[in-house]
Write a protein that binds this ligand. Structure first.
Ligand SMILES: NC(=O)c1ccc[n+]([C@@H]2O[C@H](COP(=O)([O-])OP(=O)(O)OC[C@H]3O[C@@H](n4cnc5c(N)ncnc54)[C@H](OP(=O)(O)O)[C@@H]3O)[C@@H](O)[C@H]2O)c1
Length: 224
């Protein structure tokens, strides 16, 4: 069993970034030191960290622990066909990274990614990553805690699979005004089977002027 936590920053108008194609790193500008240290402490206390491939393409994140002391979690990035920019930081900085590709991804693409330092590629899912299979792959590698930092398609898949045990939201006190910017959850082409679920507010506090809410399922009925 893996405990999966999602951790996201949302603007007052419910956006994950300040505009279409904008980096969510822009929201980091609204962080103070206390929040940065707490946020990176959340990373350091997990075995693995995951973002979707579109977040890597948009944000080029490092997904390392930098604002507090602590180990870097294993980085995990699902991508259907291995479409990750080869100059991405996480493919080049030498920290461990696990990329999952679908069984439809050409072997040549896998080999290009595996030539990157400390990057391992595993196959998961027929055409997109199967979240239950992915959780099982990670469990087999000793991962017991996973923090997922978005974006909205990956979060949707995890909620749809019923795998999320804890939700953390950082409420960034700005209105983006970008009505077409990504919202918290977005379904892929297959549509959505996501229904109503109720969550219990577990904790709520303010760090560096940013509200942080932590939720758990109302009924502890998580599938992983
Ligand atoms: N505010 C925040 O907390 C926060 C955090 C992260 C990201 N963001 C923002 O969110 C935006 C990106 O979000 P996004 O929704 O477009 O993309 P995303 O969720 O980051 O990534 C989606 C991609 O993940 C891969 N994937 C493989 N299997 C999947 C599955 N079963 N379900 C979902 N994805 C799967 C696919 O990559 P392939 O296309 O390669 O097949 C898919 O296109 C960016 O604007 C970023 O700045 C905000």
């Amino acid at each position: 069993m893996i405990e999966i936590t999602t951790l996201s920053e949302l603007t007052i108008d419910g956006k994950l970034s300040l505009g279409v194609g904008a980096s969510s790193k822009d929201l980091f500008d609204f962080y103070g030191d206390e929040l940065k240290a707490w946020f990176h402490g959340q990373r350091a206390s997990r075995d693995a960290i995951m973002v979707g491939a579109a977040t890597v393409r948009a944000d080029d994140p490092e997904l390392t622990v930098r604002y507090c002391e602590g180990p870097n979690p294993l980085r995990v990035v699902p991508t259907s066909m291995g479409r990750l920019p080869l100059e991405s930081r996480l493919l080049n900085d030498g920290y461990p990274t696990l990329v999952t590709v679908s069984r439809a991804c050409p072997q040549a693409t896998v080999e290009v990614l595996e030539a990157k330092p400390n990057v391992e590629v595993v196959r998961c899912g027929e055409h997109t990553a199967d979240m239950v299979e992915l959780a099982s792959i990670l469990h087999g590698r000793g991962v017991r805690t996973l923090i997922v930092e978005g974006g909205s398609h990956l979060l949707h898949s995890l909620f749809e699979a019923g795998l999320v045990a804890q939700i953390i939201i950082k409420h960034i006190p700005v209105i983006s005004g970008a009505l077409d910017a990504p919202t918290y959850l977005q379904a892929g082409e297959a549509g959505s089977t996501l229904g109503l679920s109720r969550w219990r507010l577990d904790d709520m506090f303010v760090k560096s002027g940013v509200g942080v809410s932590i939720y758990r399922p109302l009924a502890e009925a998580v599938a992983a």
